[in-house]
Design a protein around this ligand. Structure first.
Ligand code: WTA
Length: 648
């Protein structure tokens, strides 16, 4: 029997203690809005709401609109006031081996001090604050403090370049940047502050008044007097008294940039009450969180949506104890993650399939050396998890019995939408299974007809949900166009999917020009525009090719400007130069795996590049239908070139 056909019913022992119950589905079905209102009432509202959903100005939704709350109060103060101040909020593990713990009382105190420091720097409700940080407790403190004063954070992943940082700061007109001298990654101190200096240089990012700098590595950094501020002074000397003010449920909470199908990243906007409601509800039910005894660990960086919803907001709203690890999984060796699970007795572990496949390749001898008996629930996110990786994950990390929740969602959805519920759902490796209670999804054909079981089509969400994006920062038209125009009144996710014969959902990957590399979202257009910004490149086409470990890998086809290369000396290592150029323009995560130099690109008569054909080449498949090409001989030349040895 192949792994796809396995079914794993929940054990009776697990089901008995499970947070989620099967009755949730019926409850949500009977009264969807009432169900969400009930989940929202798990939060503390300074002013309780009376309205649940207002979708009269669709697709712009308002949830719980007449209520007021404070996000940080919900994540911190209320746990202390409930008598849980001594519970550990964060077990921090630095890559070099240093560690630190913060209780809820301590974390609350730090966030209050940081909130006072932000106010002293002139940050007011509604102001935007860019955060460019390593995975250290101060990243969480900074995000919570920004939320506490009603400002809006825009976290930019530390792996993005100065260019990317600068364009995101400018788009959001951030007033403050919070950063660190650097962080520890891959066994060394890696700098962050120089990228901020470069992003703000030469008159760029004029909106930025200050840069608040955490000392983590104690590397030398340049210092701009009057602009740069030491975190240890500004926060260190701030008062510990700070009363959280209530803001409207629809007050903006954060902007998070993500790749779309054009060269310009989209600033996905999330607001307060609905977002926190669904982040907390899903975190508790999907991971079966028993806050008083579980130790939870999500390996995502705060630079991605998973780090927002399942490190900073969901777990803290639920009063969970969690591990935060700064570095990469291979330092000092590939046993590091498992040693952390053993050390902290992690019981709930959430990571990405690409990591699991990497470990699987390295061999089970590595995790088998550690005591992972504490694990009770495993999660997966970012891309489909193939059944083989699922089985390995369960056998070697989950002790052969931990339920695995394969969670489908997006930066735009804000929180998990499709996933099994542990203790309730009979698990099926490879399938994300069913929309959560309160979530409505459908699979449509191109004309918008609903497809039944067995037919692949396009995934849509048919009803608004509390954590849904409220827009694209500064671009309401793009918001409508991207998500709401393909199918009237339905949210188009950009993913292919199908229901199987038993009514479980299988995700089939992106249907647009968005790639998924190691669970990171990247746009083909963004990388193409980075490539053509180099003088060597006349034209570029980028595709995501299947890759055994990373899910997809970036393959770039480029047409070179021969005269420029001659000018640079003919021996220039074009591949290397272009890969580095992309790293500089976007960030190392966007470096193409393979660069293939071609004389022509396959285009339709209207000039559109046929990426489908390039994907055939990149994946080493027979070339598909070429009849719509303007010049059908182009593909013979390109595939001949590959057979002759790609320029790797
Ligand atoms: C993909 C990450 C299959 C999908 C939370 C989606 C998945 C994109 C899964 C969003 C999953 C995420 N199974 N595919 N469990 N989870 N995806 O915005 O293509 O970084 O549209 O959010 O990742 O990526 P994003």
């Amino acid at each position: 029997m192949s792994a796809e056909n396995y079914h794993f019913a929940p054990s009776e022992a697990f089901a008995r203690q499970a947070i989620a119950q099967a009755s949730l589905y019926a409850e949500a079905k009977a009264d969807r809005l009432g169900f969400w209102a009930k989940q929202a009432r798990e939060l503390y509202w300074h002013k309780p709401f009376t309205q649940t959903l207002d979708f009269s100005n669709a697709p712009f939704a308002k949830w719980f609109a007449d209520g007021k709350l404070n996000i940080s109060y919900n994540c911190l103060d209320r746990h202390v006031e409930a008598g849980n101040g001594d519970r550990t909020a964060i077990f921090f593990e630095g890559e070099p081996g240093d560690s630190k713990q913060l209780t809820y009382a301590e974390l609350t105190r730090e966030v209050k001090k940081a909130a006072n420091a932000l106010t002293a720097l002139g940050i007011k409700a509604g102001d935007r604050v860019a955060i460019y940080m390593p995975m250290i407790p101060e990243a969480v403190i900074a995000m919570q403090a920004v939320a506490r004063v009603g400002a809006v954070h825009s976290v930019i992943f530390g792996g993005f370049s100065a260019e990317s940082l600068s364009s995101r700061i400018e788009d959001a007109e951030a007033k403050l940047v919070i950063t660190a001298d650097g962080g520890y990654r891959k066994g060394k101190a890696s700098a962050l502050k120089p990228a901020v200096d470069e992003a703000l240089s030469a008159g760029k990012c004029a909106s930025v008044k200050n840069v608040l700098v955490v000392r983590r590595t104690n590397q030398d950094v340049d210092w701009v007097e009057g602009r740069d501020v030491e975190w240890r002074e500004a926060v260190g000397n701030a008062s510990e008294e700070h009363e959280a003010q209530a803001f409207d449920a629809e007050h903006p909470l954060f902007i998070l940039y993500t790749s779309g199908t054009t060269g310009k990243p989209k600033g996905i906007l999330h607001t307060s009450g609905g977002y926190l409601t669904q982040a907390a509800y899903t975190h508790k039910n999907v991971f079966d969180l028993h806050a008083e005894k579980d130790i939870y660990w999500c390996t995502a960086d705060v630079g991605w949506i998973t780090g927002h919803s399942y490190v900073v907001y969901g777990p803290l709203a639920n009063g969970a104890s969690q591990v935060i690890y700064e570095g990469t999984p291979d330092i000092p060796d590939w046993g590091r993650w498992w040693s952390i699970i053993e050390k902290y007795k992690v019981s709930i572990f959430y990571t990405a399939p690409t990591a699991i496949r990497t470990f699987m390749k390295l061999g089970s001898e590595i995790p088998d050396k550690y005591n992972l008996k504490s694990i009770r629930v495993l999660g997966s996110v970012g891309e489909p998890i193939n059944p083989e990786a699922w089985m390995w994950y369960r056998a070697h990390i989950g002790g052969g019995q931990a339920p695995i929740v394969d969670t489908w969602w997006q930066t735009e959805t804000g929180a998990i939408m499709v996933s099994p519920l542990p203790g309730v759902t009979t698990l099926k490796p490879g399938s994300a299974q069913v929309p959560l209670p309160g979530v409505s999804a459908a699979v449509l054909d191109d004309e918008g007809h609903e497809l039944g079981r067995g037919d692949p089509g396009l995934l849509v969400l048919t009803e608004p949900w509390p954590a849904m994006l409220r827009g694209i920062w500064g671009d309401p038209d793009r918001f409508k166009e991207t998500y709401w125009s393909k199918f009237e009144g339905k949210y188009f996710a950009g993913d292919g999917a199908k229901w199987d014969e038993e009514g479980d959902l299988w995700l089939l990957g992106r249907v647009d020009d968005v790639m998924n590399v190691s669970g990171h979202r990247l746009s083909t257009a963004e990388i193409e525009s980075a490539l053509v910004s180099h003088p060597f490149v006349a034209e570029a086409a980028v595709v995501g090719a299947k890759d055994e470990t990373t899910g997809q890998a970036i393959v770039a086809f480029v047409i070179l400007r021969q005269n420029q290369i001659e000018a640079a000396g003919n021996d220039a290592d074009v591949s290397k130069i272009l890969r580095e150029h992309v790293a500089k323009e976007i960030g190392p995560i966007a470096k193409p795996r393979t660069i293939i130099v071609v004389a022509e690109l396959p285009k339709t008569r209207s000039g559109k590049i046929m990426r489908r054909l390039l994907r055939d080449v990149a994946e080493d498949r027979p070339i598909g239908d070429v009849t719509t090409l303007a010049d059908t001989s182009v593909m013979d030349i390109i595939s001949g070139k590959i057979a002759g040895g790609a320029n790797d």
